[in-house]
Design a protein around this ligand. Sequence first.
Ligand code: NAD
Ligand code: LMR
Length: 333
Amino acid sequence: MSSMTRPLTVTVTGAAGQIGYALLFRIASGQMFGHDTPVRLRLLEIPQAVRAAEGTAMELEDCAFPLLADVEVTDDVDVAFEDANVAMLVGARPRGAGMERADLLQANGGIFGPQGAAIAANAASDARVVVVGNPANTNALIAASHAEGVPAERFTALTRLDHNRAVAQLANETDATVGSVSGITIWGNHSATQYPDLSHATVGDRPARELVEESWVRDEFIPRVAKRGAEIIEVRGASSAASAANAAIDHVRDWVLGTPGDAWTSAAVVSDGSYGVPEGLISSFPVTSNGGDWKIVPDLDIDAFSRERIDASVAELVAERDAVRELGLLRER
Ligand code: NAD
Ligand code: LMR
């Protein structure tokens, strides 16, 4: 029998939502930290959805997961983030009919500012945060700015779903297995401006660019990956949930346990100025983890096409940052 380590506390916000439902059972069954690490779950919901979250907590109990040490449901942010080692910020305000972009940013600022402050006040000293709720990069920026005393590097946003989508599309096109694809990068924002980049990708031991047409890359691969979220909404009638939960688990697992070998993945992390991305923005990069800290993969060659695409997505992030700053939603630290 393997020896058990101490339980890790995971806070999931928006726990009664569809991503929450696809996420919690996988965390509790050991799919995020492995089969020798017990977990305590703290589920945060708004008051109207607390009862539904309690129903999910009952089902978690009914699974009798050996690794599940405890589940707590609350609508109080301070209780929710108490001792959290990992915070998965899924709950967000969706765009409603007639809502302008500024209204959406404002509504989400009202959620992610207080959550950032509550993380700083209550979470464990090693807390790591991934924002899933959209607009994910800018919500992460807002939360980080309110988390006084917490290193900005601990706040990230999810672009692993985009990364996984890109891997799957390239594998399909080249009739290869997903396991043989590496070196894909998602740059920029988790939005339609993102740049899925396969210029450094390999399939088996061959450069991807030798295996696919340039026209396929520009006219099919890039738009298909960048607009996949909207396509899922159209076809499924609801936004991606199981694949988003799966990507969030991949993100946290690789961050905490480390990326395997010398393979990189994609995550939106705070920029240190690499690749011309303004310092402090939370933008997607190629990253590795040593088991605790993301590191941006250095010194990749960026061709003119990639430069233009990265700059376009980063410009959107700058515009979002400036908009939330103007709305008073960012605390300068
Ligand atoms: P959902 O509407 O099913 O669930 C969201 C839940 O969040 C609801 O139960 C709601 O009550 C809760 N919530 C709202 N405000 C909250 C708050 N202040 N505190 C705690 N909980 C709160 O939505 P979903 O399908 O689970 O998606 C959640 C978010 O994830 C959306 O913003 C969606 O756009 C985003 N998303 C991101 C990615 C990504 O790759 N980054 C992928 C898919 C979806
Ligand atoms: C996705 O990429 O599937 C989502 O971010 C789409 C959305 O707007 O919720």
